[in-house]
Design a protein around this ligand. Sequence first.
Ligand code: FAD
Length: 285
Amino acid sequence: MKIRDILAEGKPTLSFEVFPPKTEDKFDSVEKAALEIAELNPAFMSVTYGAGGGTSDYTVDIASAIQAHGVTPLAHLTCVSSTREKVHSVLGKLKEHGIENVLALRGDIPKDGKVEHDYQYASQLIREIKESGDFCIGAACYPEGHVESANKSEDIQHLKEKVEAGCDFVTTQMFFDNNILYNYLYRIREKGITVPVIAGIMPVTNAAQIKRILSMSGTYMPTRFKAIVDRFGDNPSAMKQAGIAYATEQIIDLLANHVNGIHVYSMNKPDVAQQIQTSLSEILK
Ligand code: FAD
């Protein structure tokens, strides 16, 4: 099923994200985690894509396994380190497996700065996917602005280009303060961007994740969130419980404010996905 049709029903949706294995020996354990999450019967599940392209087959394979389990998959695809030929080969495989949804991304510029020359921005990829078949296309958006953008207005202008290129919905980068999203929604709607916006929520469940988030410049951590990390960061089980509770509260506030699309960065953790879904069982009805 196409995600745009799922969203068009206008009901709250809960979806989860998994990432593919980097090596073949990890394939079975990642597939097992993905299928355990699929058992929760989410609205859809996304599978990330290694920007270097090395794990691209695994993205398609995990997405296919999810689809065979009866859940709609969303396969990510990045372009900045890819040739046009590679992109079309992945699109061909997605078609072969009947996967209808693609999240079209530029990908991060590699540390050595070496990029292929076929694509510079996600909007180019979106245009090409649009011409390549009957896909439902999603894109990324950044309520706090993308790190490379000079300012939010410029970033919103580039988001508009992605929508004009043909994307059907956008999923946000993680954020820990819902007011940032509400303000962003106001700004993008004012600029005429009307596609559905799915809120990306990251349950922070361990100290390593916190370090990674802090190193991603731009992600604002509210005092309330910092206090949780300060108090429980060294206690893995307490941090996990508090992190899941914080994410759940964020989701409840979003749903209460009519942000109906919720995407949880569940990071191959079925127990995290399950706890969040259970806490929302009545709210999502
Ligand atoms: P773009 O939309 O191309 O934007 C990149 C930058 O260029 C922005 O600063 C934008 O403002 C600017 N820009 C755009 N168009 C123009 C233009 N015409 N002129 C000048 N500047 C322009 N990465 C992965 O490797 N794999 C994944 O699976 C993955 N999944 C993600 C899922 C989500 C929901 C999100 C939010 C991010 C994901 N990422 C993933 C990270 C993403 O690849 C990076 O954030 C990347 O740096 C930007 O990708 P983009 O598609 O947003 O790029």
